[in-house]
Design a protein around this ligand. Structure first.
Ligand SMILES: [Fe+2]
Length: 345
């Protein structure tokens, strides 16, 4: 790509004297093209066009149609990747700091500094914004890779156990929808979804012939199956997830009244993520087809958790789950790809 010969600067400044001074200083510094605009609304119109060609915004915080940090927020909303340098008459470091927290690259006070300082500030701000943008893209890519890796692990478990194919993916979908209904933050939802995708990872330790044998199981076989939350915890606990994924996996068969396993935890000793997983897991399992029975239907699934709300299952989670199903934010599996014996959920 050809290096740009000049830097195109959008100067948003309502004082003609100040604007003229900046233009003179930048002319002195060389290699600048300045577009001067007096009102924020006009700057927004200019930046909203796809081929504006602007490299940086030099922004006054006191404009006829907008004041203070709102000017920054408006520009950031319109052109999120563009570097912004504040140029203001207020010698107020606190305001400068706040502007940087809002995403500005730097802060200049009118009447302080010369053409060289202005040129260097602009060059540095463009460089800094470019490297921030690269870091943001890199972080997004890593997040995508993490999600794809978790999904690959999820598929691996299910390939070994065709009766549960698709179960974890649908539990993840339902758990996220429940979490959204409960107004949990996007980051918490990401953690919930991650744990749901691999909540049965501990089943890797269950002999394949147990998995292939639907119906009644011996006490010994059931004992082995009941170990899967602990095995899953042991597999995952060394990964530095930014969420309590291992604990959600460990606790997804715990019940509020202490009747669950492996630790017979009660009430709030069970973390919220695991209380959501528990409901999503049971509702998905009951409403899905099994090799030995057709789907019992989403109504039966909701009835099961509703009658045990406040006893086995968190009442607020059950209520959110019901709302999700009623609003068709989750559809029960129609096909035969989820065929896990209910015991294995
Ligand atoms: Fe499970």
């Amino acid at each position: 790509m050809l290096e740009k010969l000049e830097t195109h600067l959008l100067l948003v400044e309502d004082n003609p004297g100040d604007a003229r001074l900046v233009e003179v200083m930048l002319k002195e510094a060389g290699s600048f093209r300045v577009t001067w605009i007096e009102r924020l609304a006009d700057a927004v119109t200019q930046l909203a066009t796809t081929d504006h060609g602007i490299d940086i915004v030099l922004l006054d915080l006191s404009l006829p149609d907008c004041q203070g940090l709102d000017t920054v927020r408006t520009i950031r909303r319109t052109a999120p990747t563009l570097p912004i340098v504040i140029l203001t008459g207020f010698d107020d470091e606190q305001l400068g700091l706040k502007a940087v927290q809002e995403g500005c690259q730097d802060y200049l006070v009118k009447g302080q500094g010369d053409a060289n300082l202005l040129r260097r500030t602009i060059a540095y701000s463009i460089e800094r914004r470019n490297s921030e943008e690269e870091r943001e893209q890199h972080a997004k890519r890593l997040k995508r890779i993490l999600k794809q890796t978790v999904q690959a692990v999820s598929l691996t478990i299910e390939m070994r156990d065709p009766y549960t194919a698709g179960h974890q993916r649908r539990v993840a979908q339902l758990a996220r929808a429940i979490g959204q209904r409960m107004n949990l933050g996007e980051d918490v939802l990401d953690g919930l979804e991650t744990a749901a995708f691999i909540h049965d990872i501990g089943k890797i330790n269950i002999p394949a012939d147990f998995l292939a044998r639907p119906g009644q199981l011996s006490d010994a076989a059931f004992h082995v199956i009941k170990a899967h939350p602990r095995v899953g915890y042991d597999i995952v606990q060394g990964i530095e997830f930014p969420w309590p994924v291992a604990d959600m996996i460990l606790q997804h068969h715990e019940r509020l009244d202490g009747s669950g396993y492996p630790n017979a935890l009660k009430g709030d000793d069970i973390i919220l993520g695991a209380r959501i997983l528990a409901v999503a897991d049971v509702v998905e399992a009951i409403s899905s087809h099994r090799p030995y029975r057709p789907s019992l239907g989403i109504e039966a699934a909701i009835e099961e958790v509703r009658k045990n709300a406040g006893v086995c299952y968190d009442a607020a989670v059950v209520e959110a789950c019901e709302a999700v199903v009623r609003n068709r934010e989750f559809e029960a599996s129609e096909g035969s790809d989820s065929t896990a014996p209910a015991l294995f959920t």
